[in-house]
Design a protein around this ligand. Structure first.
Ligand code: HEM
Length: 265
C-alpha cells in the first residue's frame, strides 16, 4: 500500500513537472524576450562579486548533475525497468547513484553558503508587495519597483527554492545517504517522499529561473558571468537599487571596461 502511494506521488510529481515545463514554454512563447526598452546605455554598473558568481555557478552546475541523475533514476525505475526488466540498467543506475551520492553533500554545503551570502538581499521590502499586485511585470512595458533582487526572485528562487526546498531536499538527502545513525524505517520513508516532492518542485523553480536568467530577460545573464549590468537594465528592472548605487557614488563605466572588477560593491 505504502509502495503504491509512493509510486503515485512519483507519477503525479513527474506529471506536474511536465505540465510546469509546458507552461514555462508557453509563457515564454507568448511574452517573448523582455528587452531593455530604451536600448543599452553601453555603460555598466557592478552587480555580483566574483565570490558570489563562483558560489552561484558551483551550486548551479551541481544542481544540473543532481537533477539529471535524480530524474534519470526516477524515470528509469518508474517507466523503463517495469517494462523491460533490470538487465542492462544496473550499470546506469549504479553510476547515477554514485554520482548523485558523491555530489549531494558538496551541493548541500554550497546551498548553505548561498543562503547565508544572499540573505540580506532577500529580506522583504515595502515595495515588494506592489510588485506582486502589478503582476510582477509580466505585461510588456510594466516594470514594478524593485531593489537589488526583484520580489518574484526573493519569493520563488530564494525563500521557496533555496531556503525551503533546499533545506528539505538536502536534509532528507543526507538522511537517506547516511542511514547508519539510528533512523527508523518511517523516517527513511518520509525522507524519501519529501526528497522526491522537494526536488521536483525545486527543479521547476530553477527551470523558470534559468529560462528568465538566460533567454527570457535581455541583459540578465551577463550579471552572473561578467558581474556587471547595463545601467538601463538596472534602471528598468531594479530601479530602487540603481538609485541606491547612484547615491553611493558608483559611477557607471563604459562597456569597453567591462572586464574591470565588480568586487568594489
Ligand atoms: C542552471 C542554470 C542557471 C542559470 C542560467 C542562472 C542564472 C542566473 C542569473 C543570470 C542570475 C542573476 C540575475 C540578475 O542579476 O538579475 C542569477 C541569480 C541567482 N541565482 Fe541563478 N541560475 C541558474 C541556476 C541556479 C540555481 C541551481 C540556483 C539555486 C539552487 C540559483 C540561484 C540563484 C539566486 C539565489 C540568485 C540571486 C537572486 C536572489 O538573491 O534571489 N541559480 N541566476
Amino acid at each position: 500500500m505504502e509502495q503504491i502511494s509512493d509510486n503515485a506521488i512519483a507519477s503525479y510529481g513527474v506529471g506536474a513537472l511536465g505540465l510546469g515545463i509546458l507552461m514555462l514554454v508557453l509563457i515564454y512563447a507568448i511574452r517573448g524576450r523582455v528587452r531593455i526598452e530604451p536600448g543599452r546605455a553601453n555603460k555598466t554598473v557592478p552587480r555580483w562579486t566574483s565570490f558570489e558568481r563562483v558560489v552561484h555557478w558551483y551550486v548551479a552546475i551541481l544542481f544540473v548533475f543532481l537533477a539529471l541523475t535524480g530524474l534519470g533514476l526516477l524515470l528509469t525505475r518508474m517507466a523503463v525497468i517495469p517494462v523491460v526488466g533490470r538487465q542492462g540498467f544496473t550499470a546506469w543506475t549504479d553510476l547515477a547513484v554514485s554520482i548523485h551520492n558523491l555530489l549531494g553533500p558538496a551541493f548541500a554545503a554550497g546551498v548553505l553558503v548561498m543562503i547565508v551570502m544572499w540573505m540580506r538581499n532577500n529580506i522583504p521590502a515595502r515595495y515588494d508587495w506592489d510588485y506582486f499586485k502589478q503582476g510582477g511585470g509580466i505585461a510588456a512595458g510594466k516594470y514594478p519597483s524593485a531593489g537589488k533582487v526583484q520580489a518574484g526572485d526573493k519569493l520563488f528562487v530564494y525563500w521557496l527554492g533555496l531556503v525551503i526546498a533546499g533545506t528539505v531536499v538536502c536534509t532528507s538527502g543526507l538522511i537517506l545517504e547516511f542511514p547508519d545513525y539510528g533512523q527508523s524505517t518511517e523516517t527513511m520513508r518520509l525522507s524519501g517522499t519529501l526528497h522526491l516532492i522537494g526536488a521536483l518542485a525545486w527543479t521547476l523553480i530553477i527551470l523558470g529561473h534559468a529560462l528568465l536568467g538566460s533567454l527570457g530577460v535581455e541583459g540578465a545573464f551577463e550579471a552572473m558571468t561578467c558581474g556587471r549590468v547595463d545601467v538601463n537594465f538596472a534602471k528598468q528592472h531594479h530601479d530602487v537599487w540603481a538609485e541606491e548605487l547612484m547615491q553611493m557614488g558608483v559611477t557607471p563605466q563604459s562597456s569597453q571596461n567591462f572586464e574591470e572588477s565588480s568586487d568594489d560593491l
